[in-house]
Design a protein around this ligand. Structure first.
Ligand code: NAP
Length: 494
């Protein structure tokens, strides 16, 4: 179940949000009385409540906004219990002062905005001892292991426990709480008005992550990155799981580089069956793979890990998707070296450049790397044994394939292109890996020059679809993925 926290300054706003949420199907809301500016009228906000409530009134040291005296607060909480609200949230010290009464259930809570304490179990036992029906512990996560400790706590507790890790690292605890036995998990009314760090909106929790459907059997997939919040992969994979009615969820895991080893070891306990891997882990994750697909090994980067019986297996679907797109344009007629001798100019010297350059070389192209930082371009060229040219000389290469593997042209810099269109040869293949916008300036100018164009969206959907196949063994609903992806790009305010 999802409990939606409502924190508004005016009674009528709180009542209106409550009504709206109940109409949208919310089964439980938390009324944060400490957010109300004027004297709190408990009667007004709970008398005609459209769905069950948790009444909470936090003081500043617990992350709240209560300005009046502690005595006033305790009186308010006692009144809520006397009014017969479904739940009341009491911090440890207050729980000792406020006895049980009537049918109101007691949530005994602790908040730590600094850290996830080492003695979580002891804290939990103390809260249980305060006559708790439910224990709530919310702590700040500094590494993914904090999440795992919270999952264990929820799973092993005899008393229903909601364990929340705050911050971007802690997001998985909010999404996966139900899998680990929590009675509910918290969400916010609106993404831009979260009441705690890392909280997701009710809509996102329901529509993207289908949190109400998550149970013990739900298989976990996800993307590991640092940072991870910008990733659009959760949107396309979760929509695909939903449409194929799979009991699987895809979660954004923010994994700092120093914690990767431990995280991969913990995947089994987390129930993780497969991962998308992105910056900064694509190379480091290889040492954790039992087996690595040939292309991924040749590139030296893995972007997909599948956890099977024989251990983790690494793949590179970025590479495979990019090459599928190029091969479709080559009309190769089965030749092993369809680009034999043709020059392939790769702009950029990062991970995407490396993967595509290796693929072009395997197709017989004479690959030339050009990057704005000459040493980086030279280093990449040396490592894969091809040529490089200084950035200023990129137009001198008579290229049959031009690849933009830089962010140039990406929103909001949509008037920029990394390559002067006058040097584009008609019928050349022009591949812009940038996917926002789909039709970059380079893409549009290449169309004008009658080139064969490939967009970053085609590559993104291609790599996601291949990942989905590795994860599930089934073909991905590619049209749905594309539609969701484009809608998400359109909605994102970069
Ligand atoms: P990366 O490792 O950070 O490499 C980026 C490269 O772009 C570097 O060589 C960098 O040069 C260069 N660069 C950055 N800003 C530039 C500028 N203003 N002018 C010229 N060169 C510039 O990133 P990556 O992972 O390879 O990704 C590169 C691009 O590929 C991204 O923009 C991304 O949109 C795209 N991509 C798309 C997909 C997809 O599925 N469509 C997948 C992966 C990547 P320096 O070395 O000087 O920093």
């Amino acid at each position: 179940m999802i409990c939606v926290s409502i924190g508004r300054g005016r009674h009528r706003q709180m009542i209106a949000e409550h009504k709206h949420l109940a109409e949208k199907g919310a089964k439980l809301v938390e009324l944060r009385l400490d957010y109300l500016h004027r004297d709190v009228s408990l009667q007004r906000v709970v008398s005609d409540r459209p769905c069950p409530v948790i009444v909470t009134c936090r003081r500043p040291q617990d992350g709240g906004k209560w300005k009046k005296s502690d005595q006033d607060r305790v009186t308010l909480l006692r009144s809520a219990i006397a009014a017969g609200v479904e739940y009341v949230d009491l911090e440890e010290d207050v729980a000792k002062q406020v006895p049980r009464f009537g049918d109101t259930k007691r949530i005994v809570s602790l908040h730590d905005f600094e850290k996830t304490p080492a003695d979580l179990e002891e804290i939990h036992a103390r809260l249980v001892a305060c006559d708790a029906d439910i224990v709530k512990i919310a702590t700040m996560a500094h590494n993914p292991q904090d999440n795992l400790r919270m999952f264990r706590l929820m799973q092993q507790s005899a008393i229903p426990t909601v364990g929340v890790c705050m911050g971007e690292i802690g997001t998985p605890t909010r999404i996966l709480a139900n899998k680990f036995g929590a009675p509910f998990t918290y969400a916010t009314f609106h993404q831009e008005r979260s009441l705690a760090p890392g909280q997701l909106s009710f809509d996102r929790m329901r529509e993207i992550y289908r949190v109400d459907e998550i149970n013990k059997e739900t298989e976990v997939y996800g993307v590991i990155a640092d940072p991870v919040a910008h990733s659009l992969s959760p949107i396309v994979h979760n929509a695909s799981f939903a449409t194929l009615k799979m009991n699987k969820v895809y979660v954004p895991f923010r994994v700092p580089a120093a914690t990767l080893d431990r995280f991969i070891k913990d995947c089994d306990e987390l129930g993780v069956k497969g991962l998308s891997v992105t910056i900064p882990h694509k190379e480091a994750v290889m040492q954790h793979c039992q087996r690595i697909d040939g292309a991924a090994r040749a590139i030296g980067a893995v972007n997909t890990v599948v956890f099977g019986d024989g251990g983790p297996v690494g793949y590179n679907t970025d590479y495979r998707a990019a090459m599928n797109s190029i091969d479709r344009r080559l009309q190769a007629g089965g030749r092993r070296t369809p680009l034999a001798g043709d020059a392939g100019l790769v702009l950029g010297a990062g991970g995407a450049a490396r993967a595509i350059a290796v693929g072009l070389m395997r197709r017989g192209a004479d690959v030339v790397i050009s990057g704005r930082t000459l040493q980086r371009a030279e280093k990449l060229a040396r490592s894969i044994e091809c040529r490089s040219v200084p950035w200023e000389q990129r137009h001198n290469v008579k290229a049959e394939v031009v690849v933009n593997a830089t962010p140039v042209g990406m929103h909001p810099n949509v008037d920029e292109s990394p390559y002067d269109m006058h040097y584009l040869r008609p019928n050349a293949i022009v591949f812009d890996t940038v996917y926002n916008p789909e039709q970059t300036l380079l893409y549009k100018e290449a169309q004008q020059r009658n080139c064969r164009v490939i967009s970053g969206v085609e590559m993104f959907i291609g790599q996601a679809a291949l990942q989905f196949k590795h994860f599930t063994g089934q073909d991905a609903p590619e049209n749905l993925m594309r539609e969701q992806f484009k809608r998400a790009i359109g909605a994102a305010k970069y």
